[in-house]
Design a protein around this ligand. Structure first.
Ligand code: DNO
Length: 406
């Protein structure tokens, strides 16, 4: 596995020098300042590559840009509205510009309006550090009482409705603001947040878009971009919905193994792959992550390793982000499944056997608590996650070697 690290560019509070000290072997990055739908120009890509290749003192970092995450699919493409056809052409051009500079793995998602969603970005853990949390009662209170979405009360169980009403009655203005800011944090990497009015406007534009329709739009997108990606040697991979269930009445179509299976079947090509995010998919009890790698591993181009603790075994549920090796996902079994997939790729002579993984998110601990970096992307919390994962990978690889030598 290639141990990579997400870097948001020169404004990121974790520097390339820090990343080297964390022991990462490659960089995952994106041109967050380019609006979704616009072209990633060759010059801008070159500039980011250059920034990655140098330490603060100008000496070579030895790191290179391995994965583009995300090359965003614009809302226009998801809705098939406005300039969506032009946006698809722009997407192809961005892919070409990336391929020309040897960036061959491109991650994206097909979540309408909101990317990952939490209700608290700084939930205090017993050890004093903080983590990100999704509280279903807070979210329902936000949806029904703050956003006042029409029909929202049909989307929750009677128990959640009662708890949400009570929670809202007791909610301070500060807490209301915190939930709105957390939910509307916007796309990671962007500094903008969405306001209530923006969310309402976006939701309105999805009124007519059912999950079936969104699936058709997804397939149309893949029909266009996958052949182009295949021709230039690019591998696209779709990130799952986070959390993996519908929110605010919006369709979400990448939440389960079946969703993944449908997408890889929709366009049969090695360029049409998946990004497994164990933290996102792990928020549903019916997602068997090691099993998914066993069954769909051949389409795996990129992995986010992260863990969550769910509070109930129903969907949807409240959850929080746990330590990387703790939580509900069996990280040992999952890591082993990925190592076995790599082994099988090596056996078949696949050039892409070394699968890029990154420690996804992390708790804010120690100096992270003073740094206020990108939510979910602390330096030390991720360093700890990566160190634990690295230990696991090393131990499991050793076990495999011992087995082979017997
Ligand atoms: C959250 C990330 C996601 C991911 C995109 C990929 O921390 O894992 O925002 O980058 O969904 O398109």
């Amino acid at each position: 596995m290639k141990q990579t690290w997400r870097w948001f560019g020169p404004l990121d509070r974790t520097s390339i020098d820090d990343i080297l000290q964390a022991g990462a072997e490659g960089i995952v990055s994106a041109l967050h300042h380019v609006l979704p739908g616009a072209v990633w120009s060759a010059d801008e890509i070159r500039k980011r590559k250059m920034e990655i290749s140098k330490r603060m003192d100008g000496s070579p970092s030895g790191l290179s840009w391995e994965v583009a995450e995300s090359l965003p699919v614009s809302e226009a493409i998801k809705k098939q509205a406005g300039d969506w056809r032009q946006h698809i052409e722009n997407y192809k051009l961005s892919m070409k510009n990336l391929a020309d500079q040897n960036i061959e793995i491109i991650c994206y998602n097909f979540m309408p309006v909101l990317d990952w969603t939490r209700t608290d970005l700084k939930w205090r853990m017993p050890h004093g550090g903080t983590t990100m949390r999704f509280d279903l009662v807070d979210f329902a209170a936000f949806d029904i009482h703050i956003l006042q979405r029409r029909g929202a009360d049909h989307d929750y169980s009677p128990e959640i409705l009662d708890s949400a009403a009570e929670r809202y009655r007791e909610m301070s203005e500060g807490k209301k603001r915190n939930i709105l800011d957390s939910v509307a944090c916007g796309l990671p990497g962007s500094r903008d947040s969405l306001a209530l009015e923006d969310i309402r406007r976006h939701l309105d534009e999805y009124k007519e878009i059912t999950p079936e329709k969104l699936r058709r739009h997804f397939k149309d997108f893949l029909d266009e971009v996958i052949p182009a990606a295949e021709k230039i040697g690019v591998r696209l991979c779709c990130h799952p919905d986070d959390p993996p269930f519908s929110l605010l009445g919006l369709p979400r179509i990448m939440s389960t193994e079946e969703d993944y299976r449908n997408i890889v079947k929709a366009v049969d090509s090695s360029a049409n792959g998946i990004a497994m995010c164990s933290g996102s998919l792990g928020a549903r009890p019916d997602n068997d992550l090691p099993g998914m790698v066993e069954r769909l591993g051949h389409c795996l181009h990129f992995v986010h390793l992260r863990n969550v603790k769910k509070e109930t075994s129903v969907v949807p549920t409240s959850f929080h982000e746990a330590e990387h090796l703790d939580g509900d996902t069996d990280m040992v079994a999952l890591t082993k499944a990925i190592l076995l997939e790599e082994k099988s790729r090596r056996r078949y002579g696949r050039k892409d056997w070394n699968i890029p993984i990154r420690p996804d998110h992390g708790m804010d601990i120690l100096d992270d608590l003073k740094r206020s970096g990108q939510p979910g992307y602390p330096s030390i919390g991720r360093l700890k996650g990566l160190a634990e994962l690295r230990g696991l990978i090393k131990a499991l690889s050793y076990e495999e070697k011992v087995k082979e030598s017997i």
